[in-house]
Design a protein around this ligand. Structure first.
Ligand SMILES: Cc1cc2nc3c(=O)[nH]c(=O)nc-3n(C[C@H](O)[C@H](O)[C@H](O)COP(=O)(O)O)c2cc1C
Length: 341
């Protein structure tokens, strides 16, 4: 069995499979279930200082879609569906939230796992204040500056340029001493520049990438699914997330992958692309915490098959083998597979 442990910013996790911030990690039973399933860490559902962001949860709605963009019942989810939704933030007082995180972290400590407090940003000052309060009881903080809902709801902000990332990171960094993860959007111009701005202003790890904004008309009713725009992600997003992870590999102290991983082999793909850990939400929501345990076993079996003893041996291995276009020799005869049809 390979040593699955991974570390960033002084935080050591027993394995790289992290339960991502989402509605499943919004409650104490949900967080504890992820810890008991063996998650390397659990990122709690995000909070922010705006009551409107929490109120947003009152209009949250969730749809699983198959490959043809038809709705799939949640009871028959395979875990490979596309998840289209509106979401809001946790509805609780800061005091109650911190007390809940503290109880969960006590449980996590017993297994070497960790609970990570999360803010999806409104103002930088608000994020810093909430991060400082949570950092009293948890060993790390994640700040999401890239929530897709920021394009639709005024209560959260989506930052899409390096200067803004620098400002939010610097402000939160000044308020906390523990490891800081900054989570960036998937829809932005210079994501590598944004990752550098986060690292240059005190982030210990950068999480890439947030999900995308989507719009899905129903062909029978002509209504948009969910009646609005929403956030969307699926297995199809994986190569895009891997692209940005691979492009940021080596430029920041540590990378955490998210958006598109659905099993242990996808986690291996993230590691090979340069991530040190992987955050998973959709699989957790559609198939429950037991799916995290299966993911860890599958990763373990994959690494065994390849004779890997430590994660360092795989992290970034595929990036080191990647060639720039200009390094590739002409292919003779030229590749024309469509002529075979
Ligand atoms: C319903 C839902 C709610 C989410 N809420 C949050 C959140 O509060 N904070 C956050 O940083 N990310 C949030 N996310 C993003 C996830 O943490 C994760 O990064 C994203 O879903 C991509 O991973 P996946 O492909 O495994 O779903 C949410 C995702 C979903 C699907």
């Amino acid at each position: 069995m390979a040593d699955l442990s991974t570390a960033f910013g002084g935080l050591r996790l027993p394995n790289p499979v992290i339960a991502a911030s989402c509605e499943y990690t919004m409650t104490e039973p949900g967080i504890l279930a992820c810890i008991d399933a063996g998650a390397g860490a659990v990122v709690a559902k995000s909070i922010n200082e705006s009551p409107a962001a929490a109120k947003q949860l009152d209009i949250a709605d969730y749809l699983l879609l198959d490959q043809d963009l038809h709705a799939v019942p949640w009871t028959s989810a395979h875990g490979t569906e596309t998840l289209f939704n509106r979401s809001g933030l946790a509805q609780t007082t800061l005091e109650e939230w911190v007390a809940m995180l503290e109880r969960c972290q006590r449980h996590a400590s017993a297994t070497g796992s960790a609970v990570i407090g999360s803010v999806t940003v409104a103002s930088a000052e608000g994020a810093a204040r909430l991060a400082a309060a949570m950092a009293e009881v948890v060993p790390a903080i994640e700040v999401n500056v890239g929530a897709p809902h920021g394009r639709e709801a005024a209560a959260v902000r989506q930052i899409t340029e390096a200067e803004g990332v620098a400002h939010y990171t610097r402000t939160v960094r000044a308020a906390i001493d523990c490891p800081l993860i900054v989570k960036l959007p998937g829809q932005a111009g210079d994501i590598v520049g944004m990752a550098r701005a986060a690292a240059g202003n005190g982030a210990d790890a950068v999480c890439l990438t947030g999900r995308f904004n989507g719009f899905v008309p129903n062909l029978d009713t002509w209504d948009p699914e969910l009646g609005s725009w929403g956030a969307i992600g699926g297995p199809w997003a994986l190569p895009i997330s891997l692209y940005w992870i691979s492009k940021c590999f080596g430029t920041v102290p540590a990378l955490i992958g998210t958006n598109g991983a659905r099993d242990g082999l996808d986690v291996a793909r993230f590691l090979l692309s340069g991530a040190q850990a992987v955050e998973m939400a959709s699989l957790l929501l559609s198939n429950g915490a037991a799916a995290l345990a299966r993911t860890i076993s599958q990763l373990d079996a994959y690494l065994d098959q390849h004779g890997v003893t430590r994660l360092d041996e795989v992290i970034g291995a595929a990036v080191r083998r990647a060639k720039e276009y200009h390094e590739i020799d002409p292919i003779v005869p030229p590749v024309r597979p469509w002529l075979d049809n």
